[in-house]
Design a protein around this ligand. Sequence first.
Ligand SMILES: Cc1ncc(COP(=O)(O)O)c(C=O)c1O
Length: 393
Amino acid sequence: MTKSSADLRSPLIARRMDRVASFLAMDVLSAAAAKERRGDSVIHMEVGQPSAPAPRAAREAAKAALDLGRIGYTEALGMSALRERIARHYRDTYGVSIAPERVVVTTGSSAGFVLAFLSLFDQGQRVAITAPGYPAYRNILEALGIEPVTIPLAKADGWIMTAEAIEKAHAEKPLHGILAMSPANPSGTMIGRKALAGLGETCRRLGLWFVSDEIYHGLTYGEPASTALTSDDDAVVINSFSKYYCMTGWRIGWIVVPERLVRPIERLAQNLYISPPYLSQVAALAAFDAMEELEAVKAGYARNRAYLLEELPKVGITEMHPVDGAFYIYADIARFTNDSIGFSKRMLEEAGVAATPGLDFDPIEGSHYLRLSFAGSENDCHETVARLKGWLK
Ligand SMILES: Cc1ncc(COP(=O)(O)O)c(C=O)c1O
């Protein structure tokens, strides 16, 4: 019996796909949903999405567009009005001037990563990411045949990626780019303006691409976040309407790229996605006019953050990363377990609190970490503490 060409290719493909791990937060979400179907109550602290709806102005704009009825394709790089509005956002928020032509509207930042990685890196090239870090980085890079190189973060460095760590990794075996994130998921730590400029300078000197994930901008509890574009015009910046703008399900985000990448990315976008969703672009444009509503949502996160930082130590969760921004607590639970997956399963089953095992974010140290998202209601945070109090004692 002869093998088809698909069979001959399959071991290679299988090996590549095996390296794409499952997203544990989504697995916990499924287990929590199954428990709820059995009639049990679950407090959802596992998924990083705002419980608030998209701002009213965004929903109204989408309704009006829906009533007109024609929901068609747009230009592959996005509607020009939205690209211009995003460029204005950089001027208003950071004092950085960028041409609207450098803004690419994407189907969530997730599609932005695919477009950016495909246009920046060849198969086999090496890109530095952090542990802990957002799990999809590693998995998207693996799926595209690009090698993720893990930089373990250290308390001594304030849990951020440093220029020294990049230099060291590059000296061991050359890198082609780095992926930094501030504020970070899962840790909530932020890279200050000077350190961010240092990363940009190091990348320029070593000839590396600097990709900066700024999806949690707007969600900071002290100093505002800086964009990599302030110090490095050549940085590739990733952002989204999912977090600050409360629009996860609308699947709409953007990237800012150097001018020379615009046309190659346009060709990729045309072929991979045709265009980002029209209705979501209309809504996103209106979301920029909803600052009052969005700031009120953020004030709720600030209250949740303060409450959990005060109350979790009282139930035994004492070791947490600094929560400068985003909406997560990343806690070291070594005093309870070295099996974060088993621990989160038991916590869901016995206490009815869903949280994400640290192994989602860090394949090694994550075995004794847990991530709790406080993007839900104040009541969810109070109930979490009450349930953990009984369960952890
Ligand atoms: C750091 C980070 N980047 C990117 C994303 C993807 O977001 P989206 O595709 O909804 O824009 C997430 C989602 O949780 C995230 O935490």
